[in-house]
Design a binder for this molecule. Structure first.
Ligand code: DAH
Length: 336
């Protein structure tokens, strides 16, 4: 019986090696180890018919053969799987690809980029200024007296007497005019800082974009026409733009700019929003022009300031400003 077993084992191992796929391998397994028809199992059933003295040795040999075959089947099965994976004919092209992780542009940066692209096409250049600035640039040169509430320590983050974190991007107006003679046409994006409560519409650090135009013969008509054109390009062709009288120390007259947007849904239906305030603007106060040595009899100008994060909130229907500044990847990943 032991010789018989050895013969079966040799045969079975050869069959395992020759099996070309999982199906063939399974047939080999059934042929030798199958519970009812298997050749090895058949031999084991005959154990009861042999001399009792020979039974233990024969039983042990049969078990060894079974283990050897199981191991060989297992190895061949893994080998076949590896071969199948390497074979281009077995690549499943319908499986979803593995996603590569990659960074994306922050939604507020994207708004800044879009705003910048529009003004660049209208002949503007880009300017920048320091985030740590002085009372002169942040307030005084902008015609804002230091006893104005905005200059109060309640509202502005002072670093030292006279030195502060800029509370708006308007000081870039002054720094640009100091360095260059008219004509001026700039936009200046950057971070600004305020001692504000941290809630759904306020954060102590946020982005702004400043705009400034100075030239001979510049009027409120230029301001209205340019900002209305900007509004239609940024918010969509159906956008209405409204100018409401307001007050800023550095502009006279001053205006608050509202837009009424037309939202077109995926199904083609349209909805018109309420008026939404999107920026402050106005004609540069002659006192500001004089502060940088410009001749305010000869030159006039207009300016605007707006918050790109607010524009991002409106664009994406996000109701909490803080989400744009907390940089939680679960939030930001949605804008990939
Ligand atoms: N600096 C103003 C603010 O932070 C915004 C602003 C209003 C800027 C009118 C301007 C302007 O240039 O003309 O609230």
């Amino acid at each position: 019986m032991i010789e018989e077993l050895a013969g079966l084992e040799r045969q079975a191992l050869a069959a395992v090696r020759e099996a070309k796929d999982g199906g063939a391998l399974e047939r080999v397994r059934v042929r030798y180890l199958g519970r009812r028809e298997g050749l090895v199992s058949g031999l084991l059933r005959k154990l009861g018919t042999i001399d009792p003295a020979d039974r233990p040795a024969a039983g042990a040999a049969a078990n060894r053969t079974r283990k050897t075959l199981e191991k060989a089947l297992d190895e061949r099965s893994r080998e076949l799987a590896a071969l199948a994976e390497a074979d281009p004919a077995h690549v499943d092209l319908t499986l979803p690809a593995r996603r590569k992780w990659r960074g994306t542009i922050h939604p507020v940066s994207r708004v800044v980029d879009d705003i910048w692209a529009i003004f660049r096409s209208l002949g503007f250049t880009r300017a920048r200024g320091p985030e740590v600035d002085t009372e002169w640039y942040n307030f005084v040169a902008l015609n804002t007296p230091l006893d104005h509430p905005a200059a109060d320590e309640q509202d502005t983050l002072y670093l030292a007497p006279g030195l502060l974190l800029r509370s708006h991007t308007s000081p870039v107006q002054i720094r640009t005019m100091e360095r260059y003679p008219p004509p001026i046409r700039i936009v200046a994006p950057g971070m600004v800082y305020r001692r504000d409560t941290y809630d759904a519409t306020h954060t102590p650090a946020f982005a702004q974009i400043e705009g400034l135009v100075v030239d001979e013969g510049v009027t409120f008509v230029d301001l209205k026409a340019t900002l209305a054109e900007f509004g239609r390009r940024f918010w969509g062709p159906g956008t209405e733009v409204r100018f409401r009288p307001s007050f800023f120390p550095f502009t006279e007259p001053s205006a608050e700019v509202d837009v009424k947007r037309v939202i077109v849904r995926d199904d083609g239906s349209r909805e018109t929003t309420d008026w939404i305030e999107v920026m402050g603007a106005g004609m540069v106060d002659p006192a500001v022009l004089e502060n940088v040595g410009y001749d305010s009899e000869r030159y006039t100008g207009w300016a605007f300031g707006m918050g790109p994060a607010r524009a991002a909130m409106l664009r994406h229907g996000v109701s909490d400003l803080r989400l744009f500044y907390e940089n939680d990847m679960r939030f930001l990943r949605q804008f990939a």
